[in-house]
Design a protein around this ligand. Structure first.
Ligand code: HMG
Length: 389
């Protein structure tokens, strides 16, 4: 029985900044951001959005009545949790009006957790093939104004339905997970911004990619030639290039150029949104599938997942016929966003609820999203579906 990704949908915020503009304001050569880091635009999170609203928006795009009836579990993968106890999946399940007889849980391991969620989902579907698992990778990447990481921020969610006989990607049996206790990036409980040893983190990422890929090659007897494309976790798009070139090792043959071309297709959306943390690999996969015209059903895609702290996993899947029809219209959604000034972005950055304990009421009328965070009352976050108002 094939098990894998049946449908995918993406949601991000309605506003973004131009990173050439940010570079000017920060006194940096714009090419450092555009070429050196490989980012052109960045999603801006208003205080009325968070992982719950973004996750619900992504999932809402892909669910039809049949999906709703067969969802047995909702797993939200995130490192931007909004509560130390309660799972964001419960709020999302309510906003989506899913049946109460559904398991709801949240998982965490930096940018890696969505991959763990997919692997756990495969297990459930293997036991109960008529069921589906909704995996939502939702995050807000936040480093702080005027920090080196600022240019690698972002926000958004990717929702995926994991089923038997999937219509996008049938996941293959062999996968290689690899973890080590490494302090390259972390966020203590008292902090709203990540702490990071930036350059070190890029080296750990590349090492983990090499380790997991070479073990996968040994276990499967496959080589780079067997892949039509590899999708990478993209904290910034240059990171994927660094990792791919580290294993291509100056190769100049057909395989090397095919993988380089595919990488470009996979970077397209991340370049315009920024880091989604655990959703980044999957936005990269959507970008690959929607922007590489040479891909064909039956071909093998490699996926490299990396989460600081650190955990990596290399796995693979086979593209299924008609895969393009099971993806939400990401390019269309991105083109509808509104460009805002750097001053407006800084204001939004500082207006986040964060660790605020007080009651807060937001004006949600300016946010075009259906699902919004209307504020906080008695220490409880107030989520609203505007269609129910
Ligand atoms: P930095 O110190 O600002 O940048 O930090 P830099 O000086 O290293 O320059 C970056 C690149 O721009 C360099 O290229 C420069 O040469 C180039 P490279 O040598 O790397 O190929 N450059 C220029 N290019 C063209 N024209 C110019 C120019 N000037 C310079 N004028 C850093 C960059 C990424 C470290 C920083 O932004 C950061 O700390 N980001 C956050 C950490 C991160 O994203 N790490 C990635 C790996 S870890 C990971 O993926 C996990 C993560 O997603 C979190 C999780 O798991 O939850 C982060």
């Amino acid at each position: 029985m094939k098990i894998g990704i049946d449908k995918m949908a993406f949601a991000t915020t309605s506003e973004y900044i131009d990173l050439a503009e940010l570079a000017k304001v920060r006194g940096v050569d714009p090419n450092k951001y555009l070429i050196g880091i490989g980012q052109s635009e960045q999603a801006v999170l208003p205080p009325t959005q968070d992982i719950v609203t973004l996750g619900a928006a992504a999932a809402d795009k892909l669910l039809n009545e049949r999906d709703r009836e067969r969802i047995a579990t909702v797993i939200v993968a995130t490192e931007s949790g909004i509560d130390n106890s309660k799972a964001s999946a419960i709020y999302i399940k309510r906003l989506l009006n899913l049946d109460d007889y559904v398991r709801t849980v949240e998982v965490k391991e930096a940018c890696y957790s969505a991959t763990a969620a997919i692997q756990f989902a495969r297990g459930q579907v293997a036991l109960e093939p008529e069921k589906a698992v909704l995996v939502i990778a939702a995050d807000v990447a936040r480093y702080g104004l005027k920090t080196a990481g600022e240019v690698t921020q972002g926000a958004g969610a990717v929702a995926m339905l994991i089923t038997a006989e999937p219509r996008i990607l049938a996941i293959e049996r062999t996968s290689v997970a690899y973890s080590q206790d490494v302090m390259d990036f972390w966020r203590p409980l008292y902090a709203t911004e990540a702490m990071v040893d930036g350059k070190y983190s890029t080296n750990v990422y590349t090492d983990f990619f090499k380790h997991t890929l070479s073990r996968y090659e040994k276990l499967t007897d496959r080589k780079l030639d067997d892949f039509a494309a590899i999708a990478f976790h993209l904290p910034f798009t240059k990171m994927g290039k660094k990792a791919l070139e580290a294993v291509l090792d100056e190769r100049d043959d057909q395989t090397a150029w095919r993988l380089r071309k595919a990488l470009l297709a996979s970077q397209n959306y991340s370049r315009r949104v920024g880091n989604l943390y655990t959703g980044s690999l999957y936005l990269g996969l959507m970008s690959l599938l929607q922007n590489d015209p040479d891909l064909k059903a039956g071909e093998r895609i490699g996926l490299f997942s990396y989460g600081s702290g650190a955990e990596g996993e290399f796995y693979s899947g086979i593209l299924q016929p008609g895969y393009q029809e099971q993806l939400s219209n990401v390019a269309g959604d991105l083109s509808e966003r509104q460009l805002i000034s750097i001053a407006a972005y800084e204001q939004q950055f500082n207006d986040q609820l964060g660790m605020n304990k007080a009651d807060v009421e937001y004006d949600v009328s300016a946010d075009p999203a259906r699902f919004v965070l209307a504020g906080q009352k008695n220490h409880q976050r107030q989520y609203v579906d505007k269609q129910q108002l």
